[in-house]
Ligand binder design. Structure first.
Ligand SMILES: *[C@@H]1O[C@H](CO)[C@@H](O)[C@H](O)[C@H]1NC(C)=O
Ligand SMILES: *[C@@H]1O[C@H](CO)[C@@H](O)[C@H](O)[C@H]1NC(C)=O
Ligand SMILES: *[C@@H]1O[C@H](CO)[C@@H](O)[C@H](O)[C@H]1NC(C)=O
Ligand SMILES: *[C@@H]1O[C@H](CO)[C@@H](O)[C@H](O)[C@H]1NC(C)=O
Ligand SMILES: *[C@@H]1O[C@H](CO)[C@@H](O)[C@H](O)[C@H]1NC(C)=O
Ligand SMILES: *[C@@H]1O[C@H](CO)[C@@H](O)[C@H](O)[C@H]1NC(C)=O
Ligand SMILES: *[C@@H]1O[C@H](CO)[C@@H](O)[C@H](O)[C@H]1NC(C)=O
Ligand SMILES: [Ca+2]
Length: 598
């Protein structure tokens, strides 16, 4: 019997290791799909150094496949009779360079183009990379004020919710055909709208990916655009702030809070710990506001900033509609003042919420109109579920990065969403991490923070987590726009980077530190005070220790705190803290709450 198994194993091995490996045939892929909804227009071999997209060049040879998919309004169904066309591309690296992984790249903004430069970056790392235009052409994005694709319900739903699920099975099966085996793992990479697509995948198509990167996610898009509108409307007229004024505010915020993290580097590690009050910048008697060389702000400008920090509120209830912006992000807000509410909020309110091309966004009602947005827009473009258990149960992981100085997305949103997921999924929420980026912008750089590394090495954190179960304890960021070699350590929230020793511009000089969380009194089983020379029994429930033991030579007075934490029906955790009187700072120590020790 054993011999037979050995023989079978040998046979399997021999078949899997052909002595004359055949080179995959690129051109043949043009005939690979027989579904009439799928058209493959190109399958050509490309030698190294011959594709140059935004100065990224293919370092490996590839099979470059392009095509289209017809789909209909029925969610993610391919449909040859459908009116709607998704355009996709696939870069298949030389089989010697292929790392066995499929990677789908998401879109940005209103989509309509393929993020082929990001695709090329990951091709060079050995991924088989796909991308799509999210189901409509760039032409369907119109002229910025009129965005025709928003009027087409199939295209609207494809944009964030379904396009990746339409393009993935087709491109994935081409990968399988080309290399004669299904990819070992499938990843998704997207930021901004692509981040929203990432959360939509985890919610609506949880079976597709093993690992998802969802950066600066606009997964509450319907309220993100209300945040744009709020900021735009509160900074018109006298409340307008020039770039110089915005930069002046940030400079003052940083002066006040830079060193809270122990390192003077022009960055605030955790803006939530900064309590700068912007009213201190208001012009005093004898000071003159100046847009070009500001030394103070007008009362209108101060009011505007306070509204931006507070975020949009429902006039009926005062309830938050979307979080506000964080201290230190002011220098990136010019686009909020001038562009975003016109380019994004206007078209979505006119075409989707009210289906009325004459709807006046300046008259938006921050009560009843919010309801309309929730009913008419949210179901088509948001991905807000905090129960991602179908995704979690198949072992998939999701990582989000978010710049504290994002020019588009209020930095607190992904943290609020994380908290919601943790509240819903409790101990099952161990599949998601959010990395905050001090001074980080929207999916990379905020140009006013040129010394902040703008490339986040997400897949280096995500891949080992997915494939080996190694949960990332930090993440490298590199390539600051100022051209220096600065690297920084990004930490999984709520951890933040703490300087240890060395060069402050080197990520290795930092360690990720979690805030100490006070233990709720309800978890304290009992506490007792023990004096010098007495003895106490130790918990002796471990069999191999042979029952209870005594500690007989206590040499200091101490307080013993015992916690019993129920983990599940069948297991609990026993935690003890021994807090000696001889602690050097005894008075203040006694005032502290108890921390988890082991
Ligand atoms: C890629 O194109 C850019 C812009 O056209 C050019 O500056 C760069 O030299 C090119 N890179 C290579 C390796 O050809
Ligand atoms: C195609 O579009 C037309 C007009 O927009 C519509 O009436 C028709 O139902 C669509 N057909 C399909 C298959 O989606
Ligand atoms: C990459 O995408 C851009 C934007 O859609 C397009 O203009 C360009 O032609 C594409 N480049 C290649 C090599 O396909
Ligand atoms: C900021 O200072 C003003 C004036 O001193 C005060 O009214 C306001 O409450 C302060 N705001 C915060 C958030 O502390
Ligand atoms: C960056 O690092 C490289 C290699 O360590 C070094 O040669 C180069 O001089 C550094 N550049 C700057 C601007 O520090
Ligand atoms: C305290 O107990 C430890 C462990 O039983 C023993 O090794 C040590 O000698 C004792 N010290 C004194 C001062 O009794
Ligand atoms: C825990 O116990 C309750 C009541 O006995 C039971 O209904 C529930 O299914 C148990 N949960 C688990 C995870 O075993
Ligand atoms: Ca600092």
């Amino acid at each position: 019997m054993e011999l037979l198994i050995l023989a079978q194993l040998f046979l399997a091995w021999a078949l899997a290791s052909p002595t004359h490996p055949t080179k995959p045939d690129c051109a043949e892929l043009a005939n690979a799909w027989t579904n009439p909804a799928v058209d493959i227009s190109q399958a050509i071999e490309v030698p190294p150094n011959s594709l140059n997209i935004s100065s990224i060049v293919n370092e490996v040879s590839l099979c470059w496949v392009r095509g289209t998919i017809k789909y209909s309004a029925k969610n993610d169904k391919l449909d040859a009779s459908g009116n709607n066309t998704l355009t996709w591309e696939l870069f298949l690296p030389d089989s010697a360079k292929y790392n066995g992984r499929y990677l789908m790249i998401g879109d940005g903004g209103f989509a309509g183009t393929i993020e082929n430069n990001t695709m090329l970056t990951y091709l060079n790392l050995g991924y088989a990379v796909a991308g799509s235009d999210a189901g409509h052409s760039e032409a369907a994005n119109g002229d910025g004020t009129d965005v025709p694709f928003l009027r087409n319900s199939a295209e609207l739903q494809a944009w964030i919710h379904n396009s990746v699920a339409i393009a993935t099975p087709v491109t994935q099966s081409l990968v399988a055909k080309y290399y004669s085996q299904h990819p070992d793992f499938s990843y998704y990479w997207g930021c901004s709208t692509g981040g929203a697509q990432g959360y939509a995948l985890a919610q609506y198509h949880p079976e597709l990916f093993d690992g998802i990167y969802a950066g600066s996610p606009g997964n509450w898009y319907s309220h993100l655009i209300l945040s744009f509108l709020w900021n735009g409307l509160h900074t018109t007229g006298k409340a307008y702030m020039s770039q110089q004024v915005l930069s002046f505010v940030t400079k003052n915020v940083i002066e006040a809070c830079d060193e809270l993290d122990g390192v003077k580097d022009g960055l605030i590690e955790n803006p939530l710990r900064c309590s700068f009050n912007v009213t201190s910048l208001q012009c005093k008697f004898g000071q003159t506001p100046d847009d070009n060389e500001p030394t103070c702000l007008t009362a209108d400008q101060i009011k505007a900033l306070q509204e931006i920090y507070a975020g949009p509120k429902d006039i009926r209830t005062g309830k938050e509609i979307y979080p506000g912006f964080s201290l230190g992000s002011e220098n990136g807000l010019l686009g909020q003042e001038l562009i975003l509410y016109l380019d994004y909020t206007g078209p979505i309110l006119r075409e989707v919420a009210f289906k009325d091309s004459s709807f006046n966004i300046f008259q938006f009602n921050w009560g009843s109109d919010v309801d309309a947005v929730n009913q008419k827009v949210s179901p088509f473009i948001d991905a807000l579920s905090s129960d991602l258990s179908r995704f979690q149960q198949r072992g998939s992981k999701i990582i989000t990065t978010q710049g504290w100085s994002d020019q588009y997305n209020a930095a607190l949103w992904p943290l609020q969403h994380l908290q919601e997921i943790q509240r819903t999924m409790k101990s099952q929420s161990d599949f998601i991490e959010v990395f905050m980026v001090p001074g980080g912008g929207h999916c990379g750089s905020n140009p006013s923070y040129p010394h902040v590394p703008a490339v986040y090495h997400v897949l280096e954190a995500l891949v080992p987590w997915v494939e080996k179960g190694i949960k990332p304890s930090d993440m490298l960021s590199s390539e600051s726009p100022d051209g220096t070699n600065t690297t920084r350590k990004l930490c999984p929230w709520p951890a933040t980077a703490k300087f240890v020793a060395g060069n402050i511009d080197n990520w290795n000089s930092y360690t990720c530190v979690y805030p100490q969380t006070p233990i709720p009194a309800s978890q304290i089983a009992y506490s007792s005070y023990h004096e010098y020379g007495t003895s106490i029994p130790l918990p002796g429930t471990v069999d191999s220790c042979g029952g209870r033991q005594l500690i007989t030579n206590i040499t200091a007075n101490f307080c013993r705190v015992v916690l019993d934490t129920t983990i599940s029906n069948s297991s609990s955790e026993h935690i003890e803290s021994w807090l000696p009187d001889t602690w050097s700072d005894r008075a203040s120590y006694r005032k502290r709450r108890y921390w988890r020790m082991y």
